[in-house]
Design a protein. Structure first.
Length: 185
């Protein structure tokens, strides 16, 4: 517990109570630190750029005019796989919308999953048919995640991008991610 006789601890406790919580990880870290009596660690965490950088993110528009139009029906698999123009657009879109949480070049700093590893489970499959099904499943998981976001217990871990980005933008980001895989297919 906090020691009320120690002015440093009391000062830290006031800062913790008055600081706005912008992210579930900050809230969880604060709760854990209070329980452990390590309030100073929370102030260090809150002042680090890692937590605040993950804060409020305004999704950026993505110019996909040069890509083939995909229409209103959502594709089950990435139609831009290997498309150099889509990779270029996807790289820019990723840096504008995803890198803040998932890291530059999809190398996570620990806040969100490392997207270079997105389809690692598919790599070791020897059977070509099973590998193709695995990649299709990963495409479906990716699309569901980016369209609907990630929310647990009311906390938004990833914003919903459907309605902000079109299908072409989402698939171009996936095309880019396939070029930075940790383990090539």
């Amino acid at each position: 517990m906090l020691d009320p006789r120690n002015p440093d601890t009391a000062t830290v406790a006031k800062r913790i109570k008055s600081a706005p919580m912008r992210h579930a990880a900050t809230f969880a870290a604060t709760r854990i630190a209070r329980q452990a009596g390590l309030a100073i660690a929370v102030v260090g965490l809150m002042s680090s750029s890692g937590v605040w950088a993950h804060g409020d993110v305004t999704p950026q528009a993505v110019d996909t005019k040069s890509l083939p139009t995909l229409g209103d029906d959502w594709r089950a698999e990435n139609p831009y796989r290997g498309n150099a123009d889509a990779v270029k657009i996807g790289s820019s879109a990723y840096n504008q919308n995803c890198a803040r949480c998932h890291g530059l070049q999809a190398i996570s700093g620990g806040i969100a999953p490392d997207l270079r590893k997105l389809d690692n489970d598919c790599v070791s499959l020897k059977d070509a048919k099973k590998k193709a099904e695995c990649v299709k499943d990963v495409d479906a998981y990716y699309l569901g995640s980016i369209r609907n976001g990630k929310v647990r217990n009311g906390a938004v871990y990833m914003p919903k991008f459907e309605g902000v980005m079109n299908q072409e933008a989402m698939w171009s980001i996936k095309a880019y991610l396939e070029t930075v895989r940790e383990r090539p297919l």
